[in-house]
Design a protein around this ligand. Structure first.
Ligand SMILES: Cc1cc2nc3c(=O)[nH]c(=O)nc-3n(C[C@H](O)[C@H](O)[C@H](O)COP(=O)(O)OP(=O)(O)OC[C@H]3O[C@@H](n4cnc5c(N)ncnc54)[C@H](O)[C@@H]3O)c2cc1C
Length: 272
């Protein structure tokens, strides 16, 4: 098989290399300095002006989203044509993100492009293709050999019109990035199925836990503030021979809500 790059790829290699030499290499120091300042200030999860400028330049140069092999959104390169471009990006680490060709967004965008609904594409694929948001892929788990997908333990269970995800993930690259809006999570939907048919991937909007906690908190607060519910609870505690006055019942419920808020805080959620 002939692996020599086609004239089209040679031309593209030249353009990418020229971009690297003109824009990326001179920006390496300012990028490093910006990151060092973020780390010194205690939060490396911020985006640098240097990278944003590089992205604008790469977009203007037409060196953008080169990864999608066969798609109306992509560059139309085969894997064989894309590989020599990746060789250059691998040698100059800022280049992949500058050209919107960096992991894990590339793989995630490909999944959304191939299997996403129109709503998924509108909400996540388009801003990802535009370099405005980022994404993450959550497969690895602390408790199991995660390079083997059959070992994954996180469960994904359908419960009416929503899914309950129960598991622990780590090494999810880019998840703390404030621009990360969507995670593709791998878990098991059918642990009884044949070995290689147990797993599924599910889209998890980044703010899901907060959403749930906020909705729960609002529901709890609304319930407790409902006078009918309060008097009923108070009446029930008296009927159940617990010597609790309505005021005591209200205090008890307030204490429980406060306890719940402390738990939410300790797992770094932001209840209302
Ligand atoms: C920089 C970085 C970024 C990462 N980003 C992500 C990310 O974005 N999302 C994510 O989900 N993960 C991420 N990871 C995690 C990474 O993908 C996992 O560490 C990797 O898949 C290996 O899984 P593990 O650590 O559980 O090792 P293990 O699976 O325990 O593997 C350890 C060793 O055991 C071997 N082994 C495993 N199973 C078997 C078996 N059944 N029989 C024999 N040998 C076996 C493996 O070949 C390997 O040599 C990242 C890791 C790094 C270093």
């Amino acid at each position: 098989m002939d692996f020599s790059p086609s004239p089209k790829v040679v031309e593209l290699q030249k353009r990418v290399m020229a971009f690297v030499q003109t824009h990326v290499v001179p920006a390496e120091k300012t990028f490093k300095d910006e990151m060092a300042a973020f780390r010194a200030a205690g939060n490396p999860w911020q985006h640098t002006q240097t990278m944003e400028r590089l992205k604008d330049k790469a977009k203007a140069a037409g060196l953008w989203n080169m990864f999608l092999p066969d798609s109306k959104y992509g560059f139309g390169l085969s894997n064989l044509e894309y590989a020599p471009v990746c060789e250059i990006m691998g040698r100059y680490p800022l280049t992949a993100e500058a050209m919107n060709c960096s992991a894990p967004d590339t793989g995630n965008m490909e999944v959304l492009e191939r299997y996403g609904t129109e709503e998924h594409k509108e909400r996540w694929l388009k801003p990802l293709l535009d370099g405005k948001i980022r994404s993450a892929f959550a497969m690895t788990e602390p408790a199991v050999a995660s390079s083997d997908a059959t070992q994954i333990e996180c469960s994904i269970r359908r419960d009416g019109d929503h899914y309950v995800i129960n598991g622990r993930k780590w090494w999810t690259s880019g998840a703390p990035d404030p621009r990360c809006e969507i995670l593709i999570l791998m878990g098991k939907t059918d642990p009884e199925a044949a070995t290689y048919r147990q797993q599924s991937m599910i889209l998890v909007p980044k703010n899901t836990p907060e959403d749930v906690v906020q909705r729960l908190n609002k529901a709890v607060a609304a319930t407790l503030n409902d006078p009918a519910v309060r008097s009923q609870l108070a009446a029930q505690t008296q009927v159940a021979s617990a010597p609790m006055s309505p005021a005591e019942a209200a205090r008890f419920l307030e204490a429980e809500t406060a306890r719940y808020r402390e738990i939410a805080k300790s797992i770094k959620l932001q209840p209302q």
